[in-house]
Each structure stands twice: as C-alpha cells, then as structure tokens.
Design a protein. Structure first.
Length: 82
C-alpha cells in the first residue's frame, strides 16, 4: 500500500531489493496498490479510497486484497506492507 509521492522513492527501494526477488519468483505474487495507477513502477489504483492512515488505509487494504485474489487466485496467507 502506497501513495503516489512515494513511487519514485520507497517503491523504487522495494523493487530494487526484496520486491525484485518476489517479482522474479515463479509465482510473481507482488501486487502494489496506491492512490494512483502507474505503469512504471507497476501500481494498481485503489480508486475512491483517499490517502490518510485511518479509514482510507483500511479501504486500500481491502482493495489490495480483492485485487490480489482476482490476479493471483487463492493463497493460504498474505503479507501486507504499508
């Protein structure tokens, strides 16, 4: 879960470290969700959720879980990072 102002910094850091390992794994199960869509870095939008760390963060988490299920199918566990 992220915010568009972090796409070039925090997300770039994730994608150059552990995120790269996840993306290059056989499952490629990394799903990045933010307030705005982006092709590079690949961020899916959480439309209508907003940007604060209260109700809007819960909204983004719900959207992220839904998108992960739609794109990846059924997993026995999930790890979310904000």
């Amino acid at each position: 879960l992220t915010y568009h102002k972090n796409y070039g910094t925090k997300i770039a850091g994730v994608l150059s470290t552990w995120g790269e390992d996840v993306r290059n794994s056989a499952l490629d199960s990394l799903v990045l969700v933010g307030d705005k869509a982006s092709k590079d870095p690949p961020i899916l939008p959480a439309k209508g959720c907003g940007n604060d760390h209260n109700d809007q963060l819960v909204c983004k988490a719900g959207v992220a879980l839904q998108l992960a299920y739609q794109r990846l199918g059924n997993f026995s566990w999930v790890f979310m990072v904000d």
